[in-house]
Design a protein around this ligand. Structure first.
Ligand code: PMP
Length: 355
């Protein structure tokens, strides 16, 4: 059965990538072994890791000043790894609280006794995103979430700081162009725009890394950088699959080209919602996510009716996060424009019968 998968993650993957995985699975590069069976100390693995890393460097224009790591533990482990690796001088960090996953990062940072965590809340009633202007003295880093997967908001423009900036880019890495040089650290779980769950990309400025005595070696960016992310057994299959997605994205024209497609899709959907009498979205236009569009009807019963009806027509996983309800259409890079056209048709039909 063919469906359009609007899941927030693990999310839709390019069909070219899943087809390639299927072809490669019995025997990777004629080795007689599946890629899931090869040793992480073999040249088969080191070559695929180096190639994936180079392709990501090309796509995001990442210089050698930065380490590119492929780690395990998800975005969630980074909530702890980031402060333990980076909050080593002032033992103070500033967190912009833009939603659920920022809160999770703040909770994790607060568990570290020696760390002082300053939280910035949004105080502007016309905005959904907290902001800071200018300089905050004596902090190791400022932290923000570029795209808020649950709330459907995003920082498309990154505020300029003198300080080190750390971002959780889990849900919009490679979906819109950001300048890597604006950040000291970017992390992102793979399961939205990169591939299967189980691998996390960390891009970190090498000169920020100092030797850590008490940190587990697998959480120590410096050690992982020295070992090409293979200090212990790395997520071989996931890095292989991510590498295929990077190649696919290069073939599609790179981040700038996919961004144009993502913008076009998001604009089509938001344009429909803004003119709808049944569906609405209350995020200010400039702060709307282009990867996770959230919207609602007037009641949760009607929302559920729409979600069920859309699923019956092959538009699946449109339910919003359990904490916020409503609908959420995740439009990751691999979502074909036809899926968004079909979704809008479905919304129109619903409006005709329920308006
Ligand atoms: N940050 C963001 C923005 C996310 O969307 C998610 C997961 N949806 C996470 C962090 C947590 O990632 P993981 O489940 O891989 O730990």
């Amino acid at each position: 059965m063919s469906v359009y998968n609007f899941s927030a993650g693990p999310g839709v993957m390019p069909v070219e990538v899943t087809n390639q995985i299927q072809r490669d699975l019995p025997s990777y590069k004629d080795s007689g072994m599946s890629v899931m069976e090869i040793s992480h100390r073999s040249s088969l693995y080191t070559e695929l890791e180096l190639e994936a890393e180079q392709d990501l460097r090309d796509l995001m224009k990442i210089s050698d000043d930065y380490a590119v790591l492929f780690l395990q533990g998800g975005g969630t482990l980074q909530f702890t790894s980031v402060p333990l690796n980076l909050a080593t001088h002032y033992h103070k960090a500033v967190y912009l609280n833009s939603g659920y996953f920022s809160k999770k990062a703040i909770e994790a940072a607060n568990r570290i006794d020696e760390l002082t965590v300053q939280v910035i809340e949004n105080s502007d009633p016309t905005s959904k995103l907290p902001k800071i202007d200018g300089h905050i003295d004596n902090v190791d880093y400022v932290y923000l979430t570029t795209n808020n997967t649950i709330e459907g908001t995003a920082y498309h423009q990154i505020p300029k700081f003198d300080q080190s900036l750390v971002v959780d880019m889990s849900s919009n890495i490679l979906a819109e162009p950001y300048n890597v040089n604006d950040f000291d650290l970017i992390f992102a779980g793979a399961q939205k725009n990169i591939g299967p769950a189980g691998m996390t990309v960390v891009i970190v400025k090498r000169d920020k890394l100092v030797k850590q005595q008490l940190l587990s070696d697998v959480m120590d960016y410096r050690i992982e950088d020295n070992k090409h992310s293979a200090f212990n057994t790395p997520p071989v299959f996931n890095t292989y699959a991510a590498g295929l997605t990077f190649k696919w994205l290069k073939k599609m024209g790179g981040v700038e080209a996919i961004y144009q497609q993502n913008l076009e899709q998001a604009d089509m959907l938001y344009d429909f919602i803004d003119n709808s009498k049944v569906f609405n979205n209350d995020v200010p236009a400039a702060e709307r996510s282009i990867t996770n569009a959230v919207f609602k009807t007037a009641s949760s019963e009607l929302d559920q009716e729409f979600i069920n009806q859309a699923a019956a027509h092959g538009l699946v996983n449109l339910g919003g996060h359990r904490l916020v309800g409503g609908m959420r259409a995740s439009l990751y890079n691999a979502m074909p424009t036809d899926g968004v056209v079909k979704l809008i048709d479905e919304l129109k039909q619903f409006e005709v019968t329920h308006g």
